[in-house]
Design a protein around this ligand. Structure first.
Ligand code: NOJ
Length: 556
């Protein structure tokens, strides 16, 4: 089984071609540059790369406004370069996921251009139109404060068109049979070129009925997910869909499918928000609740666990009070917040660059039920540039070295500014500098990634929450194939004694906890309880074993 379902024990690394590595000095990252960094990624230990949109696009929403689904933006290279890239990945055992952005196109897409000009064009029905301004046009905007409406009047078509996101992203009519067929064709195209699956953008909106009704009245068509998945399985059995669906736990099973026949993976937004609440308040209880409520899933399905991504940290599903607590801890200034619901900063500055807290956050992410997804640059603790607008602040170029422009480009005009000066500037934070230092964050990440891959219990197994002596200590146990692992985290900035019984059912005994990260093992008291002193923000990963087990490992 472990040789199947690769995504169950993967480490995914997300990057944007345009900000990763520039090979020709034009200031824009490209596939050739990325290829030069594949050995870096392999060395880091990640097993899959998720590429954000790289297709031709006016890039008014960082490529999430696609103008041609079958090409590569010439700024990044050619289709030939893309195939060289997937080949290079394959050679190194790295899988490639790409974004599938089919809820909407760019307004510049030839389909929309034709649809708006010619009422008889077949493309007219590929979008959603209304002769009159719909009554609910100001409802359901995704970017409050920036986006005013979900319907815009088009002077050329002389009709209103629907757009869930910005007005330059007209929604595709995903219920239309020709649009559905085109989506399959797009997937088939990239699968043929070597990708292992898709990070599917805005899934709840793709499957929602689209029209002039109130957003709450729009039904979801989960059947579409089944169709997409089925098609993928026909074309390439191992390929997956990783869905971006920030939904309530009671619909999770619909997205995965009752027997796992829809999407294989989804990002766990619910846990993500509660994880940040736990980090902000040292209170693990809401996180435990979120873990339990997202526990039910088909055996083949998997959660994607993440800390930060390219968007704002969306806290929209916390209570007002909880959200305020996270804001107060991690985004005290208004300028750090976005859309009234989120935080637009990178991880390291949110945690005040405190190495202990960064390690705690990563250790948690790596040991929550699912597959970890790392955002480029977070492995070296990159910062953000809050002078940039909206989400741009956390999308600055990768900092490779202390060379000018952080070694990202040999040119002197990077299309997006490299962070320079201050404690997060490339002069202080770079791969080159951290590579040489055995104690750097980068080398720590490399070690924890390696260990995570050697603990398949987390990706494959079932978890139970162990009772501990304090809400500031979170302890999880994973069981899989007669192996068990226990992870313990102290969410607070003071030392904590963690007392817990890793095997409450067994009634005590000669239980050993074998420390997977250091030599400091733990032997149970007669009662079966373990008593571990955790330093501020401390964490432990253990495998359950007997003394014998420890001995054998030492001998080996
Ligand atoms: C979700 C993406 O993550 C975000 O960056 C984008 O703006 C919207 N979907 C629209 O495609």
């Amino acid at each position: 089984m472990i040789n199947d379902l690769w995504y169950k024990n993967a480490i995914i690394y997300c990057l944007e071609v345009g900000t990763f590595m520039d090979s020709d000095g034009d200031g824009i990252g490209d596939f050739k540059g990325l290829m030069r960094r594949l050995d870096y990624l392999q060395g880091l230990g990640v097993t899959a790369i998720w590429l954000m949109p790289f297709q031709p696009s006016p890039r008014r929403d960082d490529g999430y406004d696609v103008a041609d689904y079958y090409g590569v933006d010439p700024r990044y290279g050619t289709l030939g370069d893309f195939v060289e890239f997937t080949r290079g990945c394959k050679q190194r055992g790295l899988r490639v996921l790409i974004d599938l952005v089919v809820n909407h196109t760019s307004i510049q897409h030839p389909w929309f251009q034709e649809a708006r000009k010619d009422p008889d064009s077949k493309y007219r029905d590929w979008y959603i139109w209304s002769k009159k301004k719909p009554a609910h046009a100001s409802e359901g905007v995704v970017f409050p404060g920036v986006q005013k409406s979900t319907w815009t009047y088009d002077e050329i078509a002389r009709q209103w068109y629907f757009h869930r996101f910005y007005e330059f992203q007209p929604d595709l009519n995903t219920a239309h049979p020709e649009v559905k067929a085109e989506i399959l064709k797009i997937m088939g195209f990239w699968i043929q070129l070597g990708v292992a699956g898709f990070r599917m953008d805005a899934v709840p909106f793709v499957i929602a009925e689209k029209g002039p009704h109130a957003p709450a009245d729009l039904a979801e068509n989960y059947e579409l997910l089944r169709e997409l998945r089925q098609f993928l399985s026909w074309r390439e059995g191992e390929s997956i869909i990783l869905g971006e669906a920030n939904v309530l736990p009671n619909t999770d099973m619909k997205y995965f499918g009752a027997t796992g026949e829809c999407m294989q993976m989804m990002f766990n937004f619910h846990v993500n928000q509660n994880l940040f609440y736990a980090l902000a308040t040292s209170d693990s209880r809401p996180l435990i609740k979120a873990l339990k409520s997202t526990k039910p899933r088909p055996a083949t399905a998997q959660w994607g666990q993440f800390l930060r991504n390219h968007d704002e940290l969306d806290l929209g599903r916390l209570t007002d009070e909880q959200r305020q607590a996270v804001f107060a801890a991690f985004a005290p200034d208004e300028n750090m917040r976005l859309y009234g619901r989120g935080i637009r900063r990178r991880l390291a500055p949110m945690l005040q660059g405190d190495r202990r807290r960064i390690e705690l956050a990563y250790s948690l992410m790596m040991t929550l039920p699912g597959t970890p997804v790392i955002r480029y640059g977070d492995e070296i603790g990159m910062g953000d540039d809050l002078r940039l607008s909206e989400r741009e602040c956390a999308r600055t170029p990768m900092q490779w070295s202390m060379d000018p422009q952080g070694g990202f480009t040999s040119g002197d005009r990077p299309a997006s500014r490299v962070i320079s000066g201050g404690s997060y500037g490339y002069e202080h934070v770079s791969v080159e500098e951290q590579r040489r230092d055995p104690n750097s964050l980068l080398n720590w990440i490399e070690r924890i990634v390696r260990m995570r891959k050697e603990v398949p219990e987390i990706g494959w197994g079932d978890f139970t929450v162990l009772r501990t002596s304090s809400a500031a200590v979170l302890s999880l146990r994973y069981d899989w194939r007669n192996n068990a692992v226990v992870v313990v985290h102290n969410l607070e900035g003071i030392p904590r004694e963690a007392r817990f019984d890793p095997a409450p059912e067994s009634g005590g005994g000669d239980q050993y906890l074998v420390n997977l990260l250091s030599d400091e093992h733990s032997r149970a008291e007669k009662s079966g309880m373990h008593c571990i002193l955790l330093e501020p923000y401390g964490y432990r990963w253990y495998r359950l074993g007997s003394m014998n087990y420890v001995q054998n490992r030492t001998d080996a």
